[in-house]
Design a binder for this molecule. Structure first.
Ligand SMILES: Nc1ncnc2c1ncn2[C@@H]1O[C@H](COP(=O)(O)OP(=O)(O)O)[C@@H](O)[C@H]1O
Ligand SMILES: [Mg+2]
Length: 321
């Protein structure tokens, strides 16, 4: 449905561009949740903004393609991506307060999206229906609420309702639950899963939190320094990660049985765009790295089951980095 091939996003002067997203290929199917996971600054948001055609000034798509249902939308203006057919791509951002208008009732804000994307629908009826779809209790009355009258979790549900107004085939959610506490987060994750199943929609869910990935993903794409270093179905990826970075990230998950040890971290920090070393970008932090990792092409490992990793020394099952 959505198919991204070798997507490259660059910033800086065209004569010496800085690679922010470096050859990302991914796809998402109907009824599937793909989680894009990686540390802060690795290029997750820039990838999603490139898919929406919403890159900030100074950043640009410098290679690769984005196809939706076989149509190349790589360089289409944002409103044309959404309207290519009946609404196709929609996005939810991390902080709903910056996307909602604070002085306008939420019902009106949803109706506005319905008028733009679904002109045949009755705006008020459809707005109430959308609020019901995101399980806002007493939807008919909540239409007249102002954003500040709602909790963070309810506001994020309103943002999802607005995104659904265009009847998207693919919903891109960029850290939609990061600002919420865990109980509320779980409810919002549950709603996204239900919508994905009921509407047969594809979802690209972006997070830095592997705990969230474990709760919601069907498939996972692990990003490091602008590249996808490992992709695969969630169960095998968690059971036997191939890339040392994936394994180290998993080792940082809080383990209730080992609370006294505190949080583990990966020593060092991810390289910033423009300072990414040749070869494998993770090599400076990788316990398995050898000379061969510090330059040249990194081989692609493809074991069975549609898995894929970029590594000279992938892990065997049960092995730790
Ligand atoms: N407007 C911009 N121009 C150039 N570089 C940017 C811009 N915005 C963000 N970046 C850089 O792009 C990199 C990736 O950022 P981002 O996609 O937001 O990371 P993530 O969402 O994974 O935390 C960061 O290193 C950031 O400094
Ligand atoms: Mg981000």
């Amino acid at each position: 449905m959505l198919s991204v091939t070798d997507l490259t996003v660059s910033a800086g002067p065209r004569t010496s561009p800085i690679g922010i997203v470096r050859g990302v290929s991914l796809g998402v199917d109907q009824g599937e949740i793909l989680c894009l996971v990686g540390e802060s600054g690795c290029g997750k948001s820039m990838t999603s903004l490139a898919l929406m055609g919403l890159l900030p000034p100074g950043a640009r798509v410098s290679g690769g393609s984005v196809e939706l249902d076989g149509h190349d939308i790589t360089h289409l203006a944002p409103h044309r991506r959404v309207r290519a057919g009946r609404g196709k791509l929609a996005m939810v951002f991390q902080e709903p307060m910056t996307s909602l208008n604070p002085v306008t009732r939420i019902g009106w804000q949803i109706e506005e999206a319905v008028r733009v994307h679904d002109p045949d629908a009755n705006p008020t009826d459809r707005a109430r229906e959308l609020l019901e779809m995101v399980r806002i209790p007493d939807a008919a009355n909540q239409l007249s609420a102002y954003p500040h009258e709602l909790s963070g979790g309810m506001r994020q549900r309103v943002m999802i309702a607005i995104a659904l107004a265009c009847r998207p085939r693919v919903l891109i959610a960029d850290e939609p639950t990061t600002a919420l506490d865990v109980t509320i987060q779980r409810q919002v994750l549950g709603i996204i899963r239900e919508l994905c199943d009921d509407l047969d929609m594809g979802v690209i869910f972006i997070t830095h939190d592997l705990g969230v990935v474990a709760q919601i993903a069907d498939r996972v794409a692990v990003m490091y320094a602008g590249r996808l270093v490992e992709t695969g179905a969630v169960a095998p990826l968690f059971r036997a990660p191939l890339h040392p970075y994936t394994e180290r990230l998993m080792a940082c998950l809080p383990d209730p049985a080992a609370r006294s040890k505190g949080f583990a971290t990966i020593p060092g920090s991810a390289p910033r765009p423009g300072e990414i070393p040749d070869g494998c970008a993770f090599a400076p932090r990788c316990p398995r790295a050898q000379d061969v990792c510090r330059g040249g092409e990194v081989p692609v490992v493809r074991p069975e089951g549609g898995r894929r990793a970029l590594c000279h020394f992938p892990l065997a099952e049960g092995e730790t980095a």
